[in-house]
Design a protein around this ligand. Sequence first.
Ligand code: PMV
Length: 347
Amino acid sequence: NTIESGKVTWESPSNIALIKYWGKKKDQIPENPSISFTLNNCKTITSLTFSKKENTTNFEFEVYLDGEKKDDFKPKIETFFNRVEVYLPFLRNYKFKIETKNTFPHSSGIASSASGMSALALCLMSLKRQLNPDMPDAYFNQKASFLARLGSGSACRSIEGDLIVWGRTGVIEESTDLFGVKYPYKVHENFKEYQDTILLVDKGEKQVSSTVGHNLMHNHPYAKNRFQQAHDNFKALKPILESGNLEAFIQLIESEALTLHAMMMTSMPYFILMKPNTLEIINKIWKFRQETGLHISFTLDAGANVHVLYPKNEASVILEFIKNELVAYCQNGHYICDQIGMGAKQL
Ligand code: PMV
């Protein structure tokens, strides 16, 4: 099959883990299962322009972010191409132009690796489908997630929505280490359109790359217990999602967030990725929750920013509180309102 040239565009969202992926084996196989909310507004939009070339010795591609050439993105993409070439044997036959932009401000401290790598994986799958038109739809998403995983582990959870599981669990039969799958069981109304307001506490470069972070779980004194805990939390989460028990949900996800940071504090070398304002925000959230009985909670990524999570039907009061009390702790008052989303879209 010959396709001379063309262009495909995908938008793909970021996601926020409830049970965290932290620690991996070779080939981006996670040490424990994770589950995330797919986001709706924080997205990467990537266009892939391709044209057939004669010489097939090298990969040939250029990368643009917001219209500006970005040579510093090339090594990461080169590594990705090398990893996925066995599945995409046409990679050396085309010259590529990768044009990408994010809906969230860059250097916001929001990782664009999940949205960025999933968007690129989807573009490459679109080309693969043009070359193999009989490809079934189900295979397309699975394979896109599989490829995204090889770019950045958590990216495999960004292809679809709204709740995605990655990694073999004892409780979800279809779960696998190889790609993300939709959470297959009943989820209570309480989690519908769940809100995530992201407070940008520190927009600087990440102190620790996630690659370094995952590696620190090798020879980590608490690794074995942590991986077991993630499995146990999966078992606990199923009845919580089914019954809509928000108190139990909050307890589980806040513990997961703090455990992620505890792992970084207890590795060698050790890191503190929270900032004073991260702790101010957490304490304010706890106080407000105690005073009002509302179901406001938080989770964290591998950084200082705080994801404030809450149910849709409490949104107006909680958003008011966030604006009045928490935004003051954000760098330049920056925050992003998001909610659970349904995954990537071809444009
Ligand atoms: O996808 P990576 O390798 O950047 O790892 C991200 C890990 C966390 O964001 C900290 C947790 C998670 O499960 O997304």
